[in-house]
Design a protein around this ligand. Structure first.
Ligand code: 13P
Length: 282
């Protein structure tokens, strides 16, 4: 089917008490592997790209790849701009055909984050493309995005932020971080429940790689409707390729090791879809 927006996917998840998995893809193989997993699990799915991924191959390359994969699939697929770093990039994604957009103004002062997010909401509104924004700062490092000064989302600020921006979903900072965790992450689950109690739109969990399964499930029980996974997919793909090349050091056909990378990603994404409870929801 054609690409769908993330709007209804997240509202359905919120109503059904599950989350939609949002998976960062870096190349054609990862796109194919994620969509294959969603098909196997009969799950709605979101594929997403960060600004540095877009820099790698160009935005229209990812759009073309994901659009083609979605058209061959029977499950709904949305293409999301992850951590849109500027108004200009958000507009580029909108014009290209992305069906879901994140504007990340979390590094800005509160009022500036509101102004930037609202500007993107106003621009996307005419095309019916939903917007995610972030309040508080998710820590850690992902590609070029680095935050050494994480800050939790304030529930009262969240109410004002959602009202004044008109966003469709809110990424919350509750103690997760992008990338690999050094120890076990300690999440502020009470804060999540408090935000959920005050804000009615779908909530998004960033930095889910390495968060224990039971903690992810608890976040979903407490109102998370979209869970972002990036680092674990990159590791899975690379492990598959390395494994193949170790066993076949003379291999030179990218299809051979690409296939192994894809197998690892599909297996991981199937597990994450189950964890999110979105299997069978397509
Ligand atoms: P991880 O790399 O920790 O999975 O984070 C993914 C993410 O939040 C993308 O926005």
């Amino acid at each position: 089917m054609s690409l769908v927006t993330s709007k209804q996917l997240l509202l359905d998840a919120q109503k059904g008490g599950y989350a939609v998995g949002a998976f960062n893809v870096e190349n054609m193989e990862m796109v194919m592997a994620v969509v294959k997993a969603a098909e196997q699990m009969k799950a709605p799915v979101i594929l997403q790209t960060t600004p540095s991924t877009i820099k790698y191959a160009g935005i229209s390359m990812y759009y073309a790849n994901v659009k083609a994969a979605a058209e061959q699939a029977e499950v709904p697929v949305a293409l999301h701009l992850d951590h849109g770093s500027s108004f200009a990039l958000a507009m580029q994604a909108l014009r290209t055909g992305y069906t879901s957009i994140m504007i990340d103004g979390s590094k800005e002062a509160f009022e500036d984050n509101i102004a930037l997010s609202k500007r993107v909401v106003d621009a996307c509104g005419a095309s019916g493309i939903p917007v995610e924004a972030e309040l508080g700062k998710v820590g850690g490092k992902e590609d070029d995005l680095e935050c050494n000064d994480p800050g939790y989302t304030d529930p009262e600020d969240a109410v004002r932020f959602v009202e004044e921006t008109g966003i469709d979903s809110l990424a919350v900072a509750i103690g997760t971080a992008h990338g690999i965790y050094k120890g076990e992450p300690k999440l502020d689950l009470e804060r999540l429940s408090e935000i959920r109690g005050k804000v009615s739109i779908p909530l998004v969990l960033h930095g889910a790689s390495g968060v224990p399964d039971e903690t992810v499930r608890e976040c979903i029980r407490r109102g998370i409707c979209k869970v972002n996974f990036a680092t674990e997919l990159r590791i899975a793909y690379s492990d598959g390729v390395k494994e193949y090349l170790k066993e076949n050091p003379d291999a030179f056909d990218p299809k051979k090791y690409g296939m192994k990378g894809m197998e690892h990603v599909t297996e991981l994404v199937c597990e994450k879809i189950k964890l999110c409870g979105s299997d069978g929801k397509a």
